[in-house]
Design a protein around this ligand. Sequence first.
Ligand code: NAI
Ligand SMILES: O=C(O)[C@H](O)CS(=O)(=O)O
Length: 477
Amino acid sequence: MTTTVQVPTYGLYIDGRWKEKQVTFEVLNKYNQTTIAHVASAEKQDVDEAVASAKQALKLPLSPYERFTYLKKAAELLIKRKEEVANVLVQEVGKPITESLGEVERAAQTLEISAEEAKRIHGEGVPVEAAPGSETRQAYTKRVPVGVVAAITPFNVPLNLVCHKIGPALASGNSVILKPAEVTSISAIILMQIFEEVGLPRGRFNLITGNGAKTGEWLLENEDVNMFTFTGSPRVGKLIREKAGLRKVSLELGNNSATIVHNDADIVQAATLCAQKSFNNAGQVCISVQRVYVQEEIYQKFLDQMKKVTESLEIGDPSQSTTQIGPMIAEKEAIRVEQWVNEAVSNGAKIEVGGKRDGVFYAPTILTNVDDSMKVCRQEVFGPVVAVSTYRDEEEVISRVNDSIYGLQAGLFTNSLSFAMKAAEEIEVGGLIINDTSGYRVDQMPYGGMKQSGSGKEGPKYAIEEMTEEKIVVFNL
Ligand SMILES: NC(=O)C1=CN([C@@H]2O[C@H](COP(=O)(O)OP(=O)(O)OC[C@H]3O[C@@H](n4cnc5c(N)ncnc54)[C@H](O)[C@@H]3O)[C@@H](O)[C@H]2O)C=CC1
Ligand SMILES: O=C(O)[C@H](O)CS(=O)(=O)O
C-alpha cells in the first residue's frame, strides 16, 4: 500500500481573513528537496488591500494592556505548538531539530518580552519652565506609534526574526504587514494562525507571501506604509533605504564577524565556543564566527582544540536529535561557498578540517594560512567556514577586526581588563561580547550594526523606540 502525503496550500492573510490565490509557489524540504507546501503568491492588489486594512485598523487603538494580553497569549500558544513548529523549521530551513526547538523557545521569549515592554512605553517630563519667558509652562513627551509597519524577513531564523519585528510593532500600537522569505514561509504562516487564534483585531497583522522583489516594490510604492523594518542582504537593504524616501527604515544586514582569542584566555573554552558558533545553522547566521584572530603564543593549542571539536560535529538529517549540521538553504549556496574556499586555497589558504561539498551540504571547514584580503575573510560567507589566523599585539588585532565594511558584533576572549576596556572603546561594532564569541545573542539585548551592517536596533525595548515617534506636549498654564 502506498500512502500519499497531502501537501497543504496556504493563502494570504488580509483584513482578518485567509485569501486563497490561483498562483502559488512551492516551499521545499531542504534536506530531501520534496515539496512541503504550496504558498499563495500575492499580487499588487493584495498588497494594497493589506496596507489599507492595516491603516484602517489604527482607527481603533489598542490599550497597552490589550497589546500585552494578545502578545502574551501568542507566546503561550507558540509554546503549545513547539514540537510542530520546530518540525516545520527542520524541514523548511534544514535546521537541526535541537536548534529548531531552541528557535521556537526564543521566538516565544521575544513575544513575551515584547508583551512586557508594551506596558513600559513612556515619555518624560521636559523642564520647559526653565527657559526665560516660559515660567508658566509645563511639558512632557510621549511615544506614539509610527502607524503601518512593513516587516521583510530572511530565511535563516525565519520564526524568531519575524517575532523580533511583529512583537515590538504590535507592542507599540502599530499595525503590520509581514513579508517573510519565500523559501521559509510556513513558520510565518503558523505564527499568523496563532495571532488569529488569540483574536487580534482584523487588520492589525496582515501576511503577504510571494516574490520578494515584486512584493517589496509594491510595499515601497505604497505611501501609506510608514516604516520598513528589514533583515536580510545588504543589497536589498540598500534598495529599501533608497526607495523608502523620508519614511523610517530599520536595517539588519550582513557581517563578517570576528572573534579574538588573547594569550590569557581559557583556550579550551574559547576553541569549543568558536567551533560551535562558526557552524550553527550551517554558518547561516549573521553573527556566525567567520574570522578568528588568535594570539600567536597560543595558536597551535587553540587550533588543535578547535579542530577536535569541529571533527566531532555530526552532519546529516536535521530531523535526527544527534545531528548538529544540516544542509544549507540551497545547493547554489553550497556551491558558492565551495568556490570561495577553492579560491582561498588557490591563493595559499590551508584546509585544516572539511572543505568538502556533498550536494546541498557543505562540511564544517576551518581554514588557516589565510590573508585578510581573501573573500572568505573580507565578505560575508554565510556558510560553515571559519578562517583562523594569528596576531602579535592588541593594536594589530583591533585594527584588523575594524578593517571591514561591516560592524555588527565581535567577540573577545581575554582575562585582561585593560584589553577588554580598550576593545570596548575601539572595536567598531554594535555589540562586543567579552569571553564569548561574536555569535552570542539573547533576545532582550539591543542588536544591530554599525557601518554596512545596518541601522536601527532589534530587541523589543530598542525596536519599540524605532517603531514609535517622540511627541512633546506643552501646556501654557
Ligand atoms: N543582521 C542580521 O540580523 C541578519 C542579516 N541577514 C542577511 O540576510 C542574508 C540572507 O538572507 P536572505 O533571505 O537570502 O536575504 P535577502 O535580502 O535575499 O531576502 C530577505 C528578504 O527580502 C525580500 N526581498 C528580496 N528582494 C527584495 C526587494 N527587491 N525588495 C524588498 N524585499 C526583497 C526576500 O523575499 C526576503 O523576504 C545574508 O546575506 C545576511 O547578510 C540574515 C539574517 C540576519
Ligand atoms: O543575525 C542573525 O542571523 C540572527 O539574528 C542571529 S540569532 O538571532 O539567531 O542569534
